[in-house]
Design a protein around this ligand. Structure first.
Ligand SMILES: O=C(O)CCC(=O)C(=O)O
Ligand SMILES: [Fe+2]
Length: 343
């Protein structure tokens, strides 16, 4: 991979919906180059209408404008499958200062009689919807729209990796693919607190729509690069699982949100594969197997989550739940790991 990128490529993914296989393949090559050389791209032509986004944004602003009591009525710590309101300070990255943000986390909305939920799966099951009019419908509509974009991007990555276009489709039936509604309040006094600390994402890839600048990507030379804000783009970045699948050919690039001068919202969809999917370097990257080993997709996400959310750290400390046996420490992959090693 190239270690000297200084800008984020823009890729028009409307071609992924073309009936012409050559068009899809050309777009897939561009996405592959972005994943290989940068780990980030801005994707335009994604097909999500402004109306779909705006309705979800309106619902989100109304949710966060509620009283703390109302928001805490759907506290994530009430759920057994990691859904609901995340107050400021709840999420703490390994020994760092708490992020200055609040969030509402949802994921694939399965019925409460889903056997995996009933059996105590820590990520699968129903959402914890607030009792707020006009919230669940626009949020679920955006989830479905951005998830559909993710399905096309997954196919493009399959092509870019020399697999058949549908090679990974069978791993995506009911994946724990979270959508986070994140609110970074404006706080003049918080001079030296990051909005969100440096990290990689734990899933296959992320499709993120922010409402303002602030996102930064770690460049190969160790400099933080601003991701230019584009209203028409989704920011696409490679996550831990694609790095493992490709034995490091695609890198889960570190990113962070710097303290913002304005109130900011952002909406990452963490596209994932089914909980039980075992992820290890694909046969063509088998040379990297020893370095990368393998993880179970859902266990990896849960293990990382349980090390960074206070309510889960408490449950682990109390012995109420256990980390998966092969849990990796936080940020042992990608550029963040390389950075930590050289710090
Ligand atoms: O708010 C942003 O722009 C980035 C959020 C992010 O990186 C995350 O939630 O993983
Ligand atoms: Fe992230």
């Amino acid at each position: 991979m190239t270690d000297t990128f200084t800008s984020i490529p823009v890729v028009d993914i409307s071609r992924l919906r073309s009936a012409d296989a050559a068009e899809r393949a050309a777009c897939a090559r561009e996405l592959g180059s972005a994943a290989r050389e940068v780990g980030f791209a801005q994707v335009v032509g994604h097909g999500i209408t402004p109306e779909t986004f705006d309705a979800m944004l309106t619902a989100t602003t109304r949710f966060f404008a509620q009283s703390t009591d109302d928001k805490m009525s759907v506290y994530i710590g009430n759920s057994t499958n990691h859904r609901g309101y995340v107050p400021a300070g709840e999420e703490v990255f390994a020994g760092a200062t708490p992020d200055l943000k609040e969030a509402y986390d949802l994921s694939i909305d399965l019925p409460s009689d889903d056997a995996r939920y009933v059996a105590g799966n820590p990520l699968l099951g129903p959402n914890q919807w607030p009792a707020l009019d006009d919230f669940a419908e626009p949020v679920a509509r955006y989830y479905d729209a951005v998830f559909e974009v993710g399905r096309h991007v997954l196919r493009a990555f399959a092509l870019a990796l020399g697999e058949s276009e549908d090679a990974f489709d069978r791993f995506v039936t009911t994946p724990p693919a979270q959508l986070r509604l994140i609110h970074y309040p404006h706080d003049d006094s918080a001079h030296d607190r990051p909005g969100i600390g440096a990290h990689t994402d734990y899933e296959v890839f992320t499709l993120l729509r922010p409402t303002a600048p602030g996102l930064q990507v770690l460049g190969g030379d160790g400099e933080w690069i601003d991701v230019p804000y584009r209203e028409d783009a989704l920011v696409l970045n490679t996550g831990d699982l694609l790095e493992i699948w490709t034995g490091g050919e695609f890198v889960a690039t570190s990113h962070r949100v710097r303290k913002v001068a304005t109130e900011r919202y952002s909406f990452p969809l963490f596209f994932n594969v089914d909980y039980d999917t075992r992820i290890e370097p694909l046969p063509r990257f088998a040379g990297a197997s020893e370095e990368y080993g393998s993880v179970v997709a859902g266990d990896h996400l849960f293990a990382q989550t349980a090390q960074s959310f206070e309510y889960l750290r408490r449950r682990v400390a109390e012995g109420a739940i256990a980390l998966p046996g092969d849990a990796r420490p936080l940020y042992s992959l990608g550029r963040e790991a390389a950075r930590a090693a050289h710090a």
